[in-house]
Design a protein around this ligand. Structure first.
Ligand SMILES: *Cc1c(COP(=O)(O)O)cnc(C)c1O
Length: 389
């Protein structure tokens, strides 16, 4: 079967998917699954979205990649679109979430150096966070299970307790160049920042001239019901890192920054061969157009309320198994009293794909254009699966 030809980094289910449509996936035996994982918050317009397919076809016939020694119009348009949709002035493009984090961390180090000197290099990160697997992103990821086998990690990083103002107040200082956090901790279990906490962190960053970096790789690009999650929380960061949903299934990552932050990078400071290529940029433009201009994001709050209502009914029905709803928008979950892995497995055998988050949360990440009847269909299987446990 060729399965022995993998380096074994993933615990995969014994299924091989061949194709998809909206929130449905089909395996090589023709079985249909409801996909509420969406490639982990990636396929925001579902599988085989006609607008994305059309864009890929058209752009591939023109040009897919040229180096960053030259401009390309799709990338210029995408940078402009991201800045129009945000409170930011400039963008840098890469190919994944962890690369967007690396760009943010390097920008912060350079900012500190320009502002004060090499001693202004300390980066504060949150306990229970997840920012990616490369050495820099891993060094600011606050969960031991990801870090433990890869020391030494990068120097000059310090962790604080999420949502604990006193803790960060006692940690931040003149040599802090950045604070990085997820407005909603995704992998950590759908834990939201407190609005007031973010305001306090913003104030502290301003006081010590440190950059505030939001990792919106999972919670951004419409997931919360706004293109950028920070808008739902009322605090504007200096840098926003994004990826996952931005390409709707096509690999792309980006950061956007205010002029104050972005100008710290100068020619030669950072780069990537594939970053901002015309094909990925064209797809991201289409995704943003569909989400922001064709009403998909505006409809999320209502769908979210419906979804949460249905989940609360199930919590009432299974009080010994389900505890509470977590998350926001269509980044939703339910805290469980039973082993989340068993819930995933049971749902899988009933042909619903969901994933866990943290120690005790089952995550639902439908495409953002999901319909109410598709939510009903998925929750019917979830109901049945919990009932069988
Ligand atoms: C997935 C994720 C990343 C890493 O993105 P990759 O594309 O897998 O490198 C970083 N931060 C958050 C919050 C994520 O959910």
């Amino acid at each position: 079967m060729g399965k022995e030809n993998y380096i074994q980094t993933y615990g995969r289910y014994d299924v091989c998917f061949e194709k998809g449509n909206r929130c449905k996936l089909y395996d090589d035996k023709g079985n249909e699954y409801i996909d509420f994982v969406s490639g982990v918050a990636v396929n925001c317009l579902g599988h085989a979205n006609p607008a994305i397919v059309k864009t890929i076809n058209e752009q591939a016939q023109k040009v897919m990649q040229i180096s960053n020694y030259y401009y390309n119009s799709k990338n210029i348009d995408l940078a402009e679109k991201l800045c129009k949709l945000s409170d930011h002035d400039m963008a840098f493009f890469c190919n994944s979430g962890t690369e967007a984090i690396e760009a943010g961390l390097k920008l912060a180090r350079k900012y500190g150096r320009v502002k004060k000197g090499p001693e202004k290099c300390e980066i504060i990160y949150m306990e229970n966070s997840f920012h990616g697997r490369t050495m820099g992103a891993l060094s600011v990821t606050g969960r031991e299970k990801y870090r433990k086998n890869f020391r030494p990690l990068i120097e000059g990083v310090k962790s604080v307790k999420f949502n604990d103002t006193e803790n960060i107040k006692n940690t931040i200082n003149e040599n802090t160049c950045a604070v990085i956090l997820e407005p909603i901790q995704g992998e950590g279990g759908l834990i939201s920042a407190d609005r007031q906490y973010l305001k306090n962190v913003r104030q502290l960053c301003d006081k010590f001239d440190a950059l505030l970096i939001f990792d919106e790789v999972q919670c951004g690009i419409g997931r919360t019901g706004s293109i950028f999650a920070y808008k739902k929380f009322g605090t504007i960061p200096d840098v926003v890192c994004m990826a996952k949903g931005l390409g709707g299934g096509f690999p792309i990552g980006a950061i956007i920054a205010t002029k104050k932050a972005g100008n710290a990078f100068e020619m030669g400071d950072h780069g990537t061969t594939f970053g901002g290529n015309p094909l990925a940029s064209a797809v991201a433009l289409t995704v943003l157009h569909e989400l922001a201009d064709n009403g998909i994001v505006d409809a999320i709050d209502e769908k979210s309320n419906y979804f949460i209502g249905r989940l609360n009914e199930l919590i009432k029905k299974y009080p010994d198994k389900l505890l509470e709803v977590k998350g926001m928008g269509l980044l939703l979950g339910v805290k469980v009293k039973i082993d989340p892995r068993r819930v995933m497995d049971k749902c899988f055998s009933n042909k619903l794909l969901v994933i866990s988050a943290g120690a005790d949360v089952i995550r639902f990440l439908p495409p953002l254009n999901v319909k109410k009847n598709e939510i009903d269909e998925a929750l019917e299987i979830f109901d049945k699966s919990i009932g069988e446990m």
